[in-house]
Ligand binder design. Structure first.
Ligand code: MRU
Length: 349
């Protein structure tokens, strides 16, 4: 596998690059049991909204293809258990639920035409569907990259948050896809990468991923964001998204919201890059987005070393940026601008 390739389907199982061990070690794990793959999503072996969607797709296909069910009814019951297992892994990233719904529709339509005791066509079709989801993610990233690159400055600093790169999407990335295409097409960009406490996706993953691809970057701590927006010649910010409500309010990694507020203060355009699968038009605003609460050890410990006493800890993994702070939402179908209720609905059709 290429180093910046987070997931691959093989006949032996689903291979994941263990993102918990980056940048120190590049280790791959092969999953043959869907329950272990679901646990890997929860434990952040693979993370990032679109990549979670791909992992759940491959996990469902893995489970069904290895099922010992003898009849269609047994397989249907198993399918429900499998989907419920994946649905319990990470609540905020809507791509996970998008994938589960897509596979449920696919399973139901295949089941309608299936012979009660020949389940092989269903198994094969779900494997093909998982690979199709992966290919579609890759194509979406390329298109997002092209639309987004046109919005970035010809030279100067571009800030991001967390890791919305290849590691997070299984393509070229959304926010980092925009930056990759911009660099490939001649923009002279230095990427400002906040470390992204508490899980350090910026320091561990984005810095590593950009460094692998020789894209210039400067790593900063999260509390330097305001200083650099005020003084550092930042021409734009581009971040990913975990869920975008119908009005454009966007959930992304904790720390994104204050970055957007500071961007408004310093007149720096703040862009969100995400595939259409990250839109959740069933909810009117960001207030309805469920925010994942992660374990307190992610705050009190760094690499297993305690850095705080045993006190009460809060660890919301995401925050919500109100859409009025967002200059544009870049999707594979084009660029949406305010009023988002109309522009997103048009793109989603
Ligand atoms: O907790 P994580 O690492 O899964 O959070 C990831 C993010 O917040 C990303 O910015 C988001 O999923 C977009 S990934 C293209």
């Amino acid at each position: 596998m290429r180093s910046v390739e987070p997931i691959r389907w093989t006949d032996d199982g689903v291979i994941l690059l263990d993102q918990r061990r980056l940048p120190a070690e590049v280790v791959h794990i092969t999953y043959t049991d869907y329950r272990d793959l679901a646990a890997a999503i929860k434990d952040m072996v693979i993370r990032g909204a679109p990549a979670i969607g791909v992992a759940a797709s491959m996990g469902i296909a893995l489970a069904i293809s290895r099922s010992r069910a003898a009849t269609l009814d047994e397989l249907r019951a198993e399918f429900k258990t499998i989907c419920d297992t994946f649905a319990r892994t990470r609540p905020t990233a809507v791509d996970l639920f998008w994938a589960i719904e897509r596979f449920t529709r696919k399973f139901d339509s295949l089941a309608q035409n299936a012979a009660a005791n020949n389940l092989d066509p269903i198994k094969e079709a779900l494997i093909e569907e998982a690979q199709k989801v992966h290919r579609e993610r890759q194509a979406a990233d390329e298109a997002i990259g092209k639309f987004g690159a046109a919005l970035l400055p010809a030279s100067g600093r571009v800030m991001t948050q967390c890791n919305a790169g290849a590691l997070a999407t299984a393509g070229i990335g959304t926010a980092l896809g925009v930056i990759r295409v911009a660099v490939e097409t001649g923009h002279k960009i230095d990427v400002l990468v906040p470390e992204t406490r508490p899980y350090l996706q910026g320091a561990r993953l984005t810095a590593w991923e950009l460094h692998q691809d020789k894209i210039p970057l400067t790593l900063i701590t999260d509390n330097m964001v305001g200083h650099f927006l005020k003084t550092g010649g930042v021409g734009a910010i581009v971040v990913g998204a975990d869920r975008i409500a119908a009005n454009g309010d966007t959930a992304n990694k904790i720390g994104t919201y204050p970055m957007a507020v500071l961007a408004r203060e310093h007149k720096v355009p703040f862009f969100v890059a995400a595939p259409i699968s990250t839109l959740d038009l069933s909810i009117a605003s960001g207030e309805q987005i469920p925010i994942e609460q992660r374990p307190s050890a992610e705050v009190t410990h760094v690499h297993g070393v305690r850095i705080a006493p045993e006190v009460t800890v809060a660890n919301p993994a995401f925050d919500v940026t109100p859409s009025h702070l967002i200059a544009a939402i870049i999707t594979e179908r084009g660029v949406a601008r305010a009023p988002y209720a109309e522009s997103l609905k048009r793109l989603a059709k």
